[in-house]
Design a protein around this ligand. Structure first.
Ligand SMILES: *Cc1c(COP(=O)(O)O)cnc(C)c1O
Length: 389
């Protein structure tokens, strides 16, 4: 049986007519940039997320970049980021000639460990960028407390977490100063290319973001500030307008798939419970733990990724590849081990959890259209590998 890590065609086929019509509508209009589809998308996103302002931008990476630019992050400033994330989280800081300062991960969620943040705050620190990794919230209570205490901005990287709720019910991205999202096709809400979103409740910041999105000109051709071309286009927004009403259903289906994985791993005797911290005799497979699961919050986790931890991870990955099961490592190299950041002279021993994560984590297929048979096959194959090793 073939099980892809992600099958975008399966999703497309369920809403093909609606999507095709929306694309043709844009073609007929010949209105491509910042038109009615963008306006509609921004309004729906602000409503869905529960915030005052939402602006479509060119990608998730550009959402982070424009957010830091709007906050006037520049050379000499320090910005705290988790060492374990997608490259863009740290890359945007360095591109502004500011210094990314790395923090180790929480051992249960792999999100930034708030206990490690304060040690790294200096008079130069301007912002913290928590990443809601794999689709569950970082510890925003602790992060906002630290930010308020030290007068720091918080830029939430919600690229993997659109619609995720914190334990108080608020959607991530709306808790910090600015929230950033990505519509890259592999995210839970993906468009037909690159796209992103910035959100805020601060009117002055929203205005700054709006101006910076079009090179910083206001009125056009008159520049008080330097921005860039950070626009999203009509085609991407039209796709998002079709897809947004389906997002809650897709996230629920991902959660169901995660529940089934957990059940089957337990039944196969490979795991005892969710969220064990280190590999031990009783747990051959460590399961992801939704730490903010409760009866009152629906989207406590949206499983952009379902990430297990295993010994002999690389051998298992190869074995599953031979069985035609798509798996991936998010991420094999934490920032403190990246060649391009060697000049920062970070200490390997300061990041034990991220190092562990890089060496043991493995993402399994979790997309909404996956069948129960496919999930059972993935668990069977992992059980077969572990028995033989
Ligand atoms: C995908 C992703 C980004 C970048 O988004 P793009 O739209 O691909 O530029 C940033 N941060 C995280 C955590 C991501 O997963």
């Amino acid at each position: 049986m073939k099980v892809a890590l992600l099958d975008l065609k399966a999703q497309y086929n369920t809403i093909k007519t609606e999507l095709d019509e929306a694309l043709i509508k844009v073609a007929v209009s010949q209105h491509f940039i910042l038109g009615p589809e963008v306006t509609k998308m921004e309004k729906s996103m602000a409503e869905y997320l529960g915030c005052k302002f939402a602006l479509g931008v060119s990608s998730g990476t550009d959402a982070l970049l424009i957010a830091l630019m709007a906050l006037d992050i520049k050379a000499g400033d320090e910005v705290i980021v988790p060492t374990y994330s997608f490259f863009a989280t740290a890359g945007v800081v360095a591109r502004l000639n500011a210094t990314p300062v790395f923090v180790d991960s929480d051992p249960v969620t792999f999100n930034i460990d708030p206990k490690e943040i304060e040690k790294r705050i200096t008079p130069k620190t301007k912002a913290i960028v928590p990443v809601h990794l794999y689709g569950q919230s970082s510890d925003m209570t602790a992060i906002m407390e630290l930010a308020n205490k030290h007068n720091l901005a918080v830029v939430e990287d919600g690229a993997q977490a659109i619609g995720v709720q914190y334990k108080d019910g608020r959607k991530v991205g709306t808790i910090g100063t600015i929230g950033c999202f990505s519509f890259f096709p592999s995210k839970n809400l993906g468009c037909f290319g690159d796209g992103g979103l910035v959100v805020t409740n601060d009117e002055a910041l929203a205005e700054r973001l709006r101006i910076m999105r079009v090179h910083g000109g206001k009125p056009k051709y008159y520049h008080k500030v330097i921005g860039g071309n950070f626009r999203i286009d009509e085609i991407q927004s039209a796709v998002l307008n079709v897809k947004l009403p389906h997002l809650e259903g897709w996230s629920a289906k991902r959660r169901e798939n995660a529940t089934l994985y957990t059940e089957l791993f337990k039944k196969a005797g490979l795991a005892e419970e969710e969220g064990k911290l280190a590999l031990d005799e009783n747990n051959k497979v460590l399961l992801p733990k939704p730490v903010y699961k409760s009866d009152t919050v629906t989207n406590y986790h949206i499983y952009n990724q379902y990430v297990i931890r295993v010994e002999k991870r690389d051998e298992l990955k190869k074995f599953l590849g031979e069985k035609e099961i798509g798996v991936e490592i998010y991420y094999p190299v934490p920032f403190h081990r990246q060649e391009c950041f060697a000049f920062l002279n970070e200490k390997e021993s300061d990041f034990p959890v991220a190092n562990y994560a890089a060496e043991h984590s493995l993402a399994l297929p979790i997309y909404p259209e996956l069948t129960n048979e496919q999930i059972a096959y993935v668990v069977d194959c992992i059980a077969e590998f572990i028995k033989a090793n």
